[in-house]
Design a protein around this ligand. Structure first.
Ligand SMILES: *Cc1c(COP(=O)(O)O)cnc(C)c1O
Length: 226
């Protein structure tokens, strides 16, 4: 199977899940997670018409963005953010999914080039505190959301989550339902959010069942990472 075949297959799986779970056709976007795969792999996906790519390491993002400039790629940053690397992200990424603290938000806001559009951001929420260090805890979400709303250059779009891996479909679905409830709670408080970034290779269908608007898929497109 080539990368282009894999993209086709994943696209079909997404459409099937939309239909199965009563989602509007075309309401789930596919982010191809290219971290630790070479620019050549991205070129192959580009040749198949795919332009949304996700990276988890700031330096790797900056290098690939420079190498692949002019291809119309929409870069999404999805990894843990070190505050001394924010300029690499602010100058290349159209989306940041992994925002979880004010200091990083302030730096991204200040470092976004004046002529670039606002950076779309999702707050990463930590729904399994024992399993992960990344992400803001649910009870701290409203305050961080309000702070991010007040920063120029950033556009708050929604939430991102990475539930603990494993578990069967119902277990996965219950975790994503928590994220969805947190999003609905913020919307009820007046935040205009339209993005739920959730679902990876092993839990994509459960995420779509619970309202994901963007799934982040690496392995099923590019194969195993080193
Ligand atoms: C690596 C990564 C993915 C892709 O995971 P796969 O299991 O390879 O599909 C998705 N989201 C985040 C945040 C990642 O770091």
């Amino acid at each position: 199977m080539t990368i282009r075949d894999n993209l086709q297959t994943i696209g079909e799986r997404i459409r099937a899940a939309e239909q199965r779970f009563g989602r509007v056709s075309g309401s789930v976007r596919l982010l191809a997670v290219s971290k630790k795969h070479p620019a050549a792999a991205i070129r192959e996906a580009l040749a198949g018409g795919h332009t949304l790519f996700g990276e988890s390491y700031a330096q790797e993002l900056a290098e690939k963005a420079a190498e692949l400039v002019g291809n119309g790629i929409e870069w999404h940053f999805i990894g843990p953010i070190q505050s001394n690397k924010t300029h690499l992200i602010a100058t290349t990424a159209r989306w940041v999914h992994s925002l979880d603290r004010l200091k990083v938000a302030q730096r991204l806001s200040g470092q976004k080039p004046a002529d670039a559009p606002d950076i779309n951001v999702c707050l990463q929420v930590n729904i399994s505190a024992e399993a992960s260090k990344s992400g803001v805890l649910p009870n701290a979400l409203p305050e961080l959301a309000a702070q991010v709303m007040g920063l120029p250059g950033l556009k708050l779009r929604g939430l991102m989550a990475i539930p603990a891996p494993g578990g069967d479909f119902d277990h996965q679905r219950a975790a994503f339902a928590q994220v969805r409830a947190l999003q609905e709670n913020l919307v009820a408080q007046g935040f205009a959010l339209d993005t739920l970034s959730m679902g990876m290779t092993d839990d994509m269908e459960a995420a779509i069942a619970e309202g994901a608007t963007l799934v982040r898929i690496g392995t099923a497109i590019f194969g195993q990472r080193e």
